[in-house]
Design a binder for this molecule. Structure first.
Ligand code: GTP
Ligand code: MG
Length: 138
């Protein structure tokens, strides 16, 4: 059993899509074992996305991620990291497979409704960034 860090991004919380997105995770076989709604500062968003510091869209990304509340969550299941990325769909909604979260809800490559960890090491780091052990209940 594996865990991954998920974020429902500001474009989605603004449009009140938290429940519809959570239904996709649950229908896809993932269990929400931790969840909270928070508002990131631009500095916190920058720290979370530090791996993208050199990318041209970094500043825009940090502005966006701090522009409204996000819902951070830990998803658990068989191959949760890969499974979640399938459920999310491609980064650019134009390339996302039908039925995926990004195909149905994302507005653009930047405002793409969800984040999901991309590997076991980053999942562990990202979960620890937002949650303490006592907040995760499997
Ligand atoms: P995450 O799950 O959010 O990490 O998405 P990803 O792994 O599918 O994409 P990646 O890690 O390459 O990029 C991280 C995030 O940066 C994306 O989800 C987008 O929100 C944003 N991003 C990526 N490419 C672009 C771009 O070309 N323009 C803008 N504005 N944002 C981008
Ligand atoms: Mg990524």
């Amino acid at each position: 059993i594996e865990r991954t860090l998920s974020i429902i991004k500001p474009d989605a919380t603004r449009r009140n899509l938290t429940g519809k997105i959570n239904a996709k995770f649950e229908e896809g076989g993932l269990r929400i074992v931790a969840q909270k709604r928070i508002r990131l500062t631009k500095e916190q968003a920058g720290q979370f996305y530090a791996v993208h510091k050199e990318r041209p869209f970094y500043d825009e990304l940090c502005e966006f991620m701090s522009s409204a509340p996000v819902v951070v969550q830990v998803l658990e299941g068989e191959n949760a990291i890969a499974r979640n990325r399938e459920i999310m769909g491609a980064t650019n909604p134009a390339d996302a497979a039908p039925g995926t979260i990004r195909a149905e809800f994302a507005e653009s490559v930047g405002e793409n409704s969800v984040h999901g960890s991309d590997a076991p090491e980053t999942a562990a780091q990202e979960i620890a960034f937002f949650f303490s052990g006592i907040e995760i209940v499997g």
